[in-house]
Design a protein around this ligand. Structure first.
Ligand code: MG
Ligand code: ZN
Length: 168
């Protein structure tokens, strides 16, 4: 099974400054991101979301808030005929030194444990933060950085999720 490991905030939906997340109740899909998800699926990839949600343990949002928001996120995608395989999130605070906060690979390990049929060599990762890019490079899989400028390495830098499709 080949998987697209996608960051959520700033990649599929709009991201905000930490404090502003207190009052965000509806996911705001970035233009083209739904079409991009469709194309990624059409090319035979399953979609797994991997997302750092340190706002939970840092008590900016509650776990209920996260779950309600996630339900709306999944529903909206489903309404467009797209099935997401799974979502793995790190709820831990930035001080926690947990093993799942990107760029650490804990979320990927959880995915591999749950879906041992994943073939990492055929997978790719997309994100808009350095932590996403670093994780992808560490895993030595195809890595796309959205709007985070150029730097050394194999990472392909793109403007948005829809731009990733042409490289698949
Ligand atoms: Mg992000
Ligand atoms: Zn964690």
């Amino acid at each position: 099974m080949k998987v697209a490991f996608l960051d959520r905030d700033g990649t599929i939906i709009e991201d905000y400054e930490d404090e502003l997340w207190r009052n965000v109740t509806e996911p705001d899909f970035i233009q083209g991101s739904i079409d991009a998800l469709k194309e990624i699926k059409r090319k035979g990839y399953e979609i797994i979301i991997i997302t750092n949600q340190y706002l939970i343990d840092e008590q900016i949002i509650s776990i209920e808030q996260y779950q309600n928001f996630t339900n709306k996120f999944v529903e909206k995608i489903k309404d467009n005929g797209i099935e997401i395989l799974d979502i793995f999130y790190c709820p831990h605070s930035r001080k926690s030194d947990c093993s799942c906060m990107k760029p650490k690979d804990g979320l990927i390990k959880m995915a591999l444990e749950k879906y041992p049929e994943i073939d990492m060599k055929d997978c790719f990762i997309v994100g808009d933060s350095l932590c996403d890019v670093e994780l992808g490079e560490k895993l030595e899989i195809k890595t796309f950085g959205i709007g985070i400028g150029n730097r050394e390495g194999e990472t392909l830098f793109v403007d948005s999720l829809i731009d990733v499709v042409r490289y698949l």
